[in-house]
Write a protein of this length. Structure first.
Length: 283
C-alpha cells in the first residue's frame, strides 16, 4: 500500500515525524478538540506524524492525553513571571508525578540562568523530564503596556547554556533556535551535550536556505554535531477538526536536509529520533 503524503507538503513519505512543539487549539476561554479522537490519530499518522509533544496548561494537556492516548506527550507550560505570585515548584512536581513528560518555561523576569529559578530546574531534573525553554523573541499580543516588561535578553540561548553547566544531567530543549540570535543557539547546541533545539514557529522557515546551509554545512562541510541535536517542531495547533498549519515547516525541514545532503542517520534523528529519546516516546 502506498504511503500517505502530507497534503500540499514535500514530505518524502519515508520518514516518520514526531512534532515536538504543538499546542491545543484555543477557542475563547476553552480549548477545542477533535470530535473523534481515534479517527484523528489515524489521520495524522497517515500524514506521517506519529505523536506530538503538547504544550499548554497542565490540565488541558492531561485531558488531551486521556482523549488521544499515546499520540500525545503532555508538557505543562509555565510563565516564570508568575514565580513572584505563587510557588510553581509544587505545581511542577505535581504534573511530573502524574505522567507529564516535561515542563516548558517562558516569559522570565530575570535571565533563565538566574539562581532563583534553580529549584524549578532541579525538580525537572529529579524526575528525568525535559526542560523546554522559549528562546529569542516573544510576540506581543496586546496594546496594553507590559508591567513589568519581558526582555528578549532574558531568553537567550546563552542563559540555557548557564543552566546546562549547573545541571549537566538535565535534558534541555531550546524552542525557536534563539530567533533571531541563530548563531548563539547554534554554538550552544553544538557544544553542550544536554542541549537540543528546534526551529519551530518564529521566522526560521522564512529565511533563505543559503543561510541555513552555511550554518549546518559551512563551506560544504557538514557539521554533524549541530544537526544531530536538531528536532522537528512547528509551534502550530493540533488535536482539532479542520486544517492544520504544519505544512510550511515540513517543507522547510525537508528542503534543509536535502540542501545539506544530510545522511539518513541524521534525518531520522531530526524527524523523530531525538524527540523520542528526550520524551521517552515509544515506537
Amino acid at each position: 500500500m502506498a504511503k500517505a503524503k502530507a497534503t500540499g507538503s514535500s514530505w518524502d513519505g519515508k520518514h516518520r515525524m514526531i512534532e515536538n512543539h504543538a499546542h491545543p487549539q484555543r477557542m475563547g476561554d476553552d480549548y477545542s478538540f477533535a470530535r473523534r479522537p481515534s479517527a484523528y490519530v489515524k489521520a495524522m499518522r497517515r500524514e506521517g506524524i506519529d505523536a506530538v509533544v503538547l504544550l499548554g496548561p497542565g490540565e488541558v494537556c492531561q485531558k488531551a492525553a486521556r482523549k488521544f492516548g499515546d499520540f500525545v506527550a503532555p508538557v505543562p507550560m509555565y510563565h516564570l513571571r508568575d514565580l513572584a505570585r505563587r510557588d510553581l515548584r509544587d505545581e511542577i512536581e505535581y504534573w511530573l508525578d502524574h505522567g507529564c513528560k516535561g515542563i516548558k518555561f517562558i516569559s522570565p523576569l530575570h535571565p533563565y540562568g538566574d539562581e532563583r529559578y534553580w529549584p524549578l530546574y532541579q525538580t525537572v531534573a529529579d524526575h528525568d523530564a525535559v526542560a523546554i525553554f522559549h528562546t529569542g523573541y516573544l510576540g506581543i499580543f496586546s496594546r496594553e503596556p507590559q508591567i513589568p516588561p519581558i526582555s528578549i535578553d532574558h531568553m537567550r540561548a546563552a542563559h540555557v547554556d548557564t543552566i546546562a553547566r549547573r545541571f549537566p544531567t538535565l535534558k534541555l530543549l531550546m524552542a525557536h533556535y534563539g530567533n533571531p540570535l541563530w548563531e548563539e543557539a547554534w554554538k550552544v547546541c553544538l557544544s553542550t551535550p544536554n542541549i537540543y533545539a528546534d526551529m519551530s514557529g518564529g521566522t526560521a522557515f522564512m529565511r533563505d536556505l543559503t543561510m541555513w546551509q552555511q550554518t549546518f554545512a559551512p563551506n560544504g562541510q557538514l557539521m554533524e554535531g549541530a544537526l544531530a541535536k536538531l528536532c522537528f517542531g512547528t509551534d502550530t495547533q493540533y488535536l482539532h477538526d479542520g486544517p492544520h498549519g504544519f505544512t510550511p515547516y515540513i517543507d522547510f525541514y525537508q528542503k534543509l536536509l536535502d540542501r545539506i545532503n544530510a545522511p539518513e542517520k541524521l534525518r531520522r534523528l531530526v524527524w523523530s529520533g531525538n524527540t523520542r529519546k528526550l520524551f521517552g516516546i515509544k515506537g
